[in-house]
Design a protein around this ligand. Structure first.
Ligand code: NDP
Ligand code: 2IT
Length: 454
């Protein structure tokens, strides 16, 4: 685009978005993530025309590099299986690419690009030196034996190892990838490199260089953020009715921390359905079923006398609650569900998952003055502690649980402060989505300006 064409910021943003859609056909999640960021930063672009002149927008929506590769492996019956592996190295203005790996049958280029794009800004908000990236595979870990998981991880890493390293790109977990998978990935990486390059992956088990509190970090960080947001609005978590979707890593530790702070968590879900526990979710039972046995939530009601199971996951949002915490996957909360939540009097929504609310859902929450904690701010605790794991690894040292937890809390409070102060400075007090997008974009754009057109 010529500079003259860039004078009207709204037209300019519209043209960039149109180009993104044309260049990345059919990638609707990626389009959605880009649109959300670009349309909310127009007031900043009005003030910083140098961003337009340096082509920051056109550059920031284009990944620096995308790789995809074949992942062949042999299942327990001796059959050859082939999956597809992905890594998108989106932006390295602030540091090495950093972001998780997702193993789920729905993974494709649109999913990894949307996640990678979000990650750029989320990582910037943590204040730690990390660029943005994401990866994964359409491999479905459900029903696979431990041996099959190991063989898949080894094959996946055989390819991925060409592209990662502690100063290059540092993967971690996401859906379907926890410390078991990171352990197998690390083992194969070490073998291929012939060196114990401990900082090339995070989310490691603490016995092989992981950080304390990494496992809890996303869920705990979400609750630290939400409690700060409530406090700022004269509310607390004490005795609040909370609904959490998902029952994986993020959901479990969000439930645990919310309960520690006095909330009543009534329900949680998985891909097969949800449980409503009138006595409040028993998080230790949940951990045993989901973390250890890797079974469905249907098991939960066997142990709890006052719990019910419902096989439609989405109906979890019909339960009246004060606080809704979507912690499963993207686009869980659409316009229809947002209307139900609002009708039932929801006071706050805290996004634990990435992009769990559609644009229409977000607009409704903001219009109806529901306190809204946007994912790239509120779920940044996971990658923040990954950043702390990188620092510990680089210094060949370990910090105590209390030390990491305190640092996590401080980072989450700081992110809240930046997002709310920026929202206020741009005349939209309370709009944390706008505040988080503007503050993080500015940070990345400034770092890009300094480094020239690369
Ligand atoms: P897990 O794999 O540990 O858990 C995912 C949970 O969500 C499971 O309960 C799963 O159900 C459910 N789920 C996944 N996909 C779907 C789907 N398509 N429909 C319905 N339910 C689904 O993943 P995490 O807890 O790590 O991740 C959850 C969300 O949080 C994701 O959006 C992820 O990107 C985000 N996130 C994760 C971070 C991390 O550090 N792990 C950091 C920041 C964000 P089932 O058990 O049946 O598979
Ligand atoms: O979405 C995310 O922030 C993550 N899955 C965590 C990424 C990381 O590098 O710890």
């Amino acid at each position: 685009m010529e500079i003259e064409e860039r004078v009207n910021v709204n037209d300019y943003v519209f043209k960039v978005l149109e180009t993104v859609k044309l260049r990345n056909p059919g990638e609707k999640e990626f389009h959605q993530a880009v649109e959300e960021v670009l349309t909310s930063i127009t007031p900043l672009l009005e003030e910083r025309k140098e961003y337009l002149e340096a082509g920051i927008l056109e550059r920031i929506v284009e990944p620096e590099r995308v790789v995809y590769f074949r992942v062949p492996w042999i299942d327990d019956k001796g059959r050859t299986r082939v999956n597809r592996g992905f890594r998108v190295q989106f932006n390295s203005a602030l540091g090495p690419y950093k972001g998780g790996l997702r193993f789920h049958p729905t993974v494709n280029t649109s999913i990894v690009k949307f996640l990678g794009f979000e990650q750029i800004f989320k990582n910037a908000l943590t204040g730690l030196p990390m660029g943005g990236g994401k990866g994964g595979s359409d491999f479905n870990p459900k029903g696979k034996s431990d041996m099959e998981i190991m063989k898949f991880c080894q094959s996946f890493m055989t390819e991925l190892s060409r592209y990662i390293g502690d100063d290059i790109d540092v993967p971690a977990g996401d859906i379907g990838v926890g410390d078991r998978e990171i352990g197998y990935l690390f083992g194969q990486f070490k073998r291929l490199k012939g060196a114990y390059e401990v900082g090339a992956l995070t989310g490691k088990n603490i016995r092989i260089g992981g950080s304390l509190v990494r496992k809890e970090a996303t869920g705990y960080g979400l609750i630290y953020f939400v409690s700060r947001m409530l406090e700022d609005n004269g509310l607390t978590l004490e005795n609040k009715k909370v609904i959490v979707s998902g029952s994986g890593n993020v959901a479990i530790y969000a439930i645990e921390k919310a309960q520690q702070l006095g909330a009543k968590v009534l329900a949680c879900s998985d891909s097969s359905g949800f449980v409503y526990d009138y006595d409040g979710i028993d998080v230790e039972i949940l951990k045993a079923i989901k973390e250890k046995q890797r079974k469905s939530l249907t098991e939960y009601i066997k142990f709890r006398p006052n719990a019910e199971y419902n096989e439609n996951s989405k109906n979890i949002w019909k339960i009246p609650c004060d606080i809704a915490l979507p912690c499963a996957t993207q686009n869980e909360i659409d316009e229809e569900i947002a209307k139900i939540l609002i009708k039932n009097g929801v006071k706050a929504v805290g996004e634990g998952a990435n992009m769990p609310t559609t644009k229409e859902g977000i607009d409704l929450f903001i219009k109806n003055k529901v306190l809204f904690a946007p994912a790239k701010a509120s779920n940044a605790g996971g990658v923040a502690v990954s950043g702390l794991e990188m620092i510990q690894n680089a210094g060949k040292t370990y910090w105590s649980y209390e030390e990491v937890d305190q640092r996590l809390k401080k980072i989450m409070y700081e992110i809240y402060k930046i997002a709310s102060e920026t929202a206020e400075a741009f005349n939209e007090p309370g709009n944390l989505l706008k505040g988080a997008n503007i503050a993080s974009f500015e940070k990345v754009a400034n770092a890009m300006l300094i480094q020239g057109i690369v």
